[in-house]
Design a protein around this ligand. Structure first.
Ligand SMILES: C[S@@+](CC[C@H](N)C(=O)[O-])C[C@H]1O[C@@H](n2cnc3c(N)ncnc32)[C@H](O)[C@@H]1O
Length: 403
């Protein structure tokens, strides 16, 4: 009986069961993290051994069928429609205002991907079939503490540019520019502000995709009096640092229109931290715009900045940060990014190299970098890499000191 009831038990789990804080996974010892990463790799290897090559290669080549289903489920708001409880196909289609047959065919794939669970309260009656939320679709709800809704939306925005990858590789042109009729990703988003708004929110989701606690467990921000987050977007990283370290003051720096959005977001959602935060805007390419250091106990942070830029541009940005540090050579620079080809995290290498292609599609000569490449960039800009720390996420923490 228990066995028969189990699908209903799964499907009727209370919403709170899925509203767990995934940052708690950071408490697991390193060994578990490595075993988990290896498990993913092992399944891939096992699949390679068992499945015929034609099937494997076609499965990989058609992976975008699946990714588009996830993006569509997210974009239509299916997870949020299921937040209040299970629904039939008819109820869902009505609530979302969409074509019922198409929706249910998409949901059939979503079920295989464990994005929705299905139950039959009246066996044999398809009409009464119920769809409900799962652990995976719960994080596509904006209200989830570790939501990645906007990040998944951003992947959808980036998808069309990937269609120009072949042409880009043939011609050496940036695929995104081919897609956006000559505009860079930044220019395109500035022309279509709703794209930039989603991008900014997606960057906030990075605190969940690469759990922010992974960075704070690896590196102690408690040693500093002020954090200057360069290209800090809406300030998700700086906010987490301020919440973690009560002594810390913050300075957020980004382009003017982003800082305008950030100020609005902070005054509505981050009020308790606001009195420790200040904002300034400009371009990190322009001399004198990156906020200047005022003491030796400050940290300049850059999360996911340098991978958006070519080596030449990265050196220009780093030189502006070095100029902002000036004679306060006790200050540190902390870069939070992926690092390629690191022996420390071999089993999680695949997302980093695909991330490198993502950067190429978006920005051309931008790239993910190896430790040696970061060392070169830093040395060319008046810094020396002092530490490279892995985290229990795709990110590394690179600490550099001015020379
Ligand atoms: C990949 S996002 C990272 C955002 C943030 N560091 C985070 O991790 O949440 C890159 C950021 O660089 C900012 N940016 C792009 N060009 C810039 C420029 N010329 N000057 C200052 N910021 C810039 C973007 O607005 C965006 O917020």
């Amino acid at each position: 009986m228990a066995l028969l009831c189990s699908p209903m038990l799964i499907i009727n789990r209370p919403k709170s069961a899925y509203w767990q804080d995934w940052n708690d996974s950071q408490k697991a010892p390193w060994i578990f993290w490595h075993i988990g990463a290896f498990w993913y790799r092992f399944q891939e290897l096992l699949g390679n051994y068992v499945l015929p090559a034609p099937q494997r290669v076609c499965d990989m080549a058609s992976a975008f069928f699946r990714s588009q289903v996830i993006i569509t489920v997210n974009e239509l708001g299916v997870p949020e429609a299921l937040e209040a409880g299970p629904k039939t196909g008819q109820q869902l289609a009505q609530q979302l205002g969409v074509h019922r047959d198409y929706l249910e065919r998409v949901l059939a794939v979503a079920e295989r991907l464990k994005l929705v669970a299905v139950s039959y309260p009246q066996p044999g009656n398809e009409e009464a079939k119920l769809y409900s939320l799962t652990q995976l679709s719960a994080v596509l709800c904006e209200s989830h503490p570790n939501s990645v809704k906007h990040m998944v939306g951003l992947f959808g925005d980036h998808f069309p540019a990937f269609a120009y990858l072949t042409e880009g590789v043939r011609s050496g042109q940036t695929p995104y520019k081919l897609y956006a009729k000559g505009l860079s990703h930044w220019e395109h988003m500035q022309q279509q502000p709703e794209l930039y708004t989603r991008f900014n929110k997606a960057m906030t989701d990075f605190n969940n995709l690469c759990p922010i606690k992974s960075v704070f467990s690896a590196y102690d921000f408690g040693q500093f009096s002020r954090i200057v987050d360069v290209g800090g977007g809406l300030g998700a990283f700086a906010a987490a640092a301020l919440a973690q370290c009560p002594q810390l003051k913050g300075q957020l720096f980004d382009l003017p229109h982003v800082i305008k959005e950030a100020k609005q977001a902070w005054s509505s959602q981050r009020k308790p931290l606001l009195r420790r935060m200040s904002f300034s805007s400009g371009s990190f390419f322009e001399p004198g715009k990156v906020p200047a250091a005022a003491s030796n106990s400050e940290v300049f942070t850059m999360r996911q900045i340098l991978h958006d830029w070519s080596d030449a541009d990265s050196v220009k940005i780093l030189k502006q940060v070095r100029a902002a540090i000036g004679s306060f050579t006790g200050c540190k620079l902390v870069i939070v990014e992926s690092v390629l080809a690191s022996k420390l995290m071999r089993n999680t290498h695949t997302p980093r190299v695909t991330g490198d292609v993502h950067m190429m599609v978006q920005y051309g000569d931008a790239r993910e970098r190896s430790e040696a490449q970061f060392e070169q960039l830093l040395a060319a800009s008046g810094f020396r890499m002092s530490r490279l720390l892995p985290t229990k996420s795709l990110f590394f923490v690179l600490e550099a000191v001015p020379v």
